[in-house]
Ligand binder design. Structure first.
Ligand code: ZN
Length: 406
C-alpha cells in the first residue's frame, strides 16, 4: 500500500547546510512544507538526514575496468592515456569492455547510489540508458562539455561546444590534469580561446599555479577536485583552500580507473587534507555543487526540493561530522525521489509503505535491503562487496515410510 506522505521525525536534518530538528515531510518525491491526507511516520531519533550527495565528475561506464597496474606518477593525463593503450590488450580489460555499455553505465550509477550519491555528472557522450526511468541516479542534464585541450579527437570540439552552451548552463572540460609544463599551459590556452567564463567547470586543475587559481576565481569559473584520482595518476593534487574559500570548488570521484571507490572515500580524503572541516567538505557535494552546477532543487532539502537524501547515525557535534568519514555500509538508508533504494533491514516498513519490493543483500558484509529494481544479478556481479542473499532453499522432505511396510 502506498502512503500519501512520509514524515521523518526526531532526526537532525541538514537543510541548506544548517541542522534543523523540524520533521521532514515527503510526498510525490519532493520535500513538502506540509502534508495532507494519510501519513506514514518514521521515528529517526539519534539520526542525521543529509541531502543526497552530488558527484561533480564521473565516467559511469568505466567503473568495472581494471586500472593500470603500474606506471604512475605520470606527468600528465595524456601520458596516462598513452600508457593505457597497451593495457587494452589485457584479457581482464577485454572482458570488462565486453560487458554491454548499458550495463556498465548502470553499474557506475549503482556505485554512486550505494555511497549516498543521488546526482552525478557524467563527462562523456549522452547514452539512451541515462533516460530510462529506473536508472539508479539522477544526472546533470542540459550542459556543455569537451574532453580535454590535448585530446581533441574525443568529445565535442572546444570552441563550438563552449559557444553553443547557454551562459546559464555549466560547460565542462578536463584541464591542467598534470604536473608538467603541458598541464600548466592549459589555463592560458583556454582563456585565449575565450572559454573561461562563470559557467566554466574545470576538472582536476592539478597544474594550476597560485596565479592561475586567482584567474579562475576572477573569471567566476570553478574547479572539480578529484584528490584520489590525482594522487593515483599524478602523485599529487591541487591545494583546494583558496578555491573553497572563494566558493569555486566542487568534489568528484572520476571513475575507478583512477579514482577512489566512491564519493564517501573522496569526502574522507578531502577532510584528511585538513584544509577545511567536515561542514565545508560536505558543502562541496551538496550546496556548493548545486549552486555551481545550477541544480536548484538539489543539495538543500528545502520545501520543493527533490527528496534525495541519506540517513546516518548521529555521531554528535556538527551534523556534517556524521556523514564525512563514513564508509558506504555505514549509511542507514539512501533515499531517492522519496523512496528508499538501499537501507538497513529495520527500514523494511518504509519499503512496504512506499510499495517498493526489496530483496536482502549484503554490502561489504553488512545485511541490507535493496530495491528489487536494482537487484539484477548481472549488475550485482560487477560490484564487488554487494551480494544477493540466497533465500534458504525449501527443506527437502524425507519420504515418510510407514512402519510395517517392509
Ligand atoms: Zn575524467
Amino acid at each position: 500500500m502506498t502512503a500519501f506522505g512520509i514524515r521523518l521525525r526526531g532526526a537532525r536534518t541538514i537543510v541548506a547546510g544548517d541542522a534543523s530538528r523540524a520533521p521532514l515531510s515527503i510526498a510525490g518525491g519532493r520535500i513538502r512544507a506540509t502534508l495532507r491526507g494519510r501519513v506514514h511516520r518514521i521515528d529517526l531519533r539519534d539520526h542525521v538526514i543529509a541531502p543526497g550527495l552530488i558527484n561533480a565528475h564521473e565516467h559511469l561506464h568505466l567503473n568495472a575496468v581494471p586500472p593500470l597496474p603500474a606506471g604512475a606518477p605520470f606527468p600528465n593525463s595524456y601520458a596516462w592515456i598513452a600508457a593505457f593503450r597497451s593495457h587494452f590488450g589485457d584479457p581482464a580489460v577485454v572482458a570488462a569492455l565486453a560487458v554491454p555499455k548499458t550495463l556498465r553505465m548502470r553499474h557506475g550509477a549503482l556505485k554512486n547510489l550505494l555511497a549516498g550519491t543521488t546526482c552525478v555528472v557524467h563527462h562523456d557522450p549522452w547514452h539512451p540508458v541515462l533516460d530510462t526511468p529506473d536508472f539508479p541516479v539522477g544526472l546533470l542534464r542540459e550542459y556543455g562539455w569537451s574532453y580535454a585541450l590535448g585530446w581533441p579527437d574525443y568529445g565535442p570540439p572546444v570552441k563550438p561546444s563552449f559557444a553553443a552552451t547557454p551562459a546559464d548552463r555549466p560547460w565542462m572540460i578536463h584541464l591542467a590534469e598534470g604536473t608538467d609544463k603541458t598541464a600548466q599551459a592549459e589555463l592560458a590556452q583556454l582563456d585565449a580561446l575565450g572559454c573561461l567564463a562563470p559557467n566554466s567547470v574545470l576538472v582536476h586543475g592539478v597544474g594550476l599555479r597560485a596565479r592561475d587559481i586567482e584567474r579562475v576565481i576572477d573569471s567566476g569559473g570553478a574547479v572539480v577536485w578529484c584528490p584520489t584520482s590525482n594522487r593515483n595518476l599524478l602523485g599529487r593534487t591541487l591545494d583546494p583552500g583558496r578555491l573553497q574559500a572563494a566558493g569555486r570548488l566542487l568534489l568528484g570521484t572520476d571513475s575507478r580507473l583512477s579514482g577512489a571507490r566512491d564519493l564517501l572515500e573522496e569526502l574522507r580524503a578531502a577532510a584528511a587534507a585538513a584544509v577545511f572541516g567536515a561542514r565545508e567538505a560536505l558543502a562541496l557535494v551538496t550546496t556548493e555543487a548545486a549552486r555551481i552546477l545550477r541544480l536548484p532543487r538539489h543539495g538543500a532539502l528545502a520545501p520543493g526540493d527533490r527528496a534525495d537524501l541519506l540517513i546516518v547515525a548521529d555521531r554528535g557535534g556538527d551534523a556534517a561530522r556524521s556523514v564525512v568519514g563514513l564508509r558506504r555500509a555505514q549509511i542507514r538508508a539512501v533515499v531517492r525521489d522519496g523512496v528508499p533504494r538501499i537501507a538497513d533491514p529495520d527500514f523494511a516498513d518504509w519499503f512496504a509503505a512506499a510499495g517498493v519490493d526489496a530483496v536482502p543483500v549484503t554490502l561489504d558484509g553488512k545485511p541490507k535491503l535493496l530495491a528489487r529494481v536494482l537487484a539484477d544479478p548481472a549488475l550485482l556481479e560487477l560490484e564487488r562487496g554487494l551480494e544477493l542473499v540466497a533465500r534458504p532453499a525449501a527443506p527437502v522432505l524425507e519420504p515418510v515410510v510407514a512402519e510395517g511396510t517392509c
